[in-house]
Ligand binder design. Structure first.
Ligand SMILES: Cc1cc2nc3c(=O)[nH]c(=O)nc-3n(C[C@H](O)[C@H](O)[C@H](O)COP(=O)(O)O)c2cc1C
Length: 207
């Protein structure tokens, strides 16, 4: 059975889209703080809050973050054998994306409140739980943004270069950036991609 992606889904969930173009309007810090409060309602292991949220709304901060992550991406792409011209294009476009958003929310993980294990497997599982909860927190943040009439888009970059993102903003050593959310007022001309229908029979099973 294939159904429209939003059929039967609560409207507040369907209303959140990844929007990648914004007006120039600055976003009040109080509005950004409300988004972080919504993020902090997310479930997390052992009643912990292993997250830190860094709001980057200054030009200098956005530039530092874009440069720190961009230079690491440049090295990775060149190491992969991508042509220099293409690398320049990609890195320039990523700068534009980050510096063009009114605010960036950098979601970081810490070990605070998490259990420590003597073996690597359980340590990785614990960190995995924290990562899952960070995803839940980021979804809360984006849902709250949509509810407030703000556009948002999750950007993967920091998970590939957490140390570079952390150092670009001079964050504490134990804060490891894992997700970035662009936030602003939606550019009225931007159209989200059509959501593909949900092939329920492929994606879920009962036992
Ligand atoms: C972990 C994660 C990483 C993502 N990274 C990017 C990204 O780097 N750039 C981007 O434009 N969108 C990114 N997205 C957004 C997805 O492309 C988007 O959620 C997906 O296409 C579904 O569209 P919708 O959010 O409008 O429903 C990311 C989403 C997730 C969950």
């Amino acid at each position: 059975m294939t159904r429209d992606a939003t059929a039967g889904v609560p409207a507040f969930l369907a209303a959140r889209r990844s929007i990648r173009a914004f007006t120039d309007e600055r976003i009040d810090r109080s509005a950004l703080d409300r988004l972080v409060e919504a993020a902090c309602l997310a479930p997390a292991p052992h009643h912990s809050r292993p997250w830190r949220f860094v709001i980057v709304d200054s030009d200098a901060g956005k530039q530092a973050l874009a440069t720190g992550m961009g230079e690491r991406w440049r090295r990775d792409l060149l190491g992969d054998g991508v042509a220099t011209e293409r690398v320049d294009e990609l890195v320039t476009s990523s700068h534009r994306k980050l510096e063009g958003a009114p605010a960036l929310v950098l979601a970081c993980l810490t070990w605070e409140g998490l259990d420590r294990y003597p073996d690597e497997a359980r340590g990785l599982a614990e960190w995995g739980m924290a990562l899952l909860s960070l995803g839940a927190a980021v979804e809360n943040l984006m849902l709250a943004a949509a509810d407030a009439g703000l556009a948002s888009c999750w950007v993967a970059a920091p998970i590939f270069c957490p140390a570079e993102a952390r150092d670009a903003l001079a964050l504490p050593a134990e804060w490891l950036p894992h997700a970035l959310v662009l936030v602003g007022r939606p550019d009225p001309g931007y159209e989200g991609r059509r959501r593909p229908p949900v092939p329920l029979d492929e994606l879920r099973d009962y036992r």
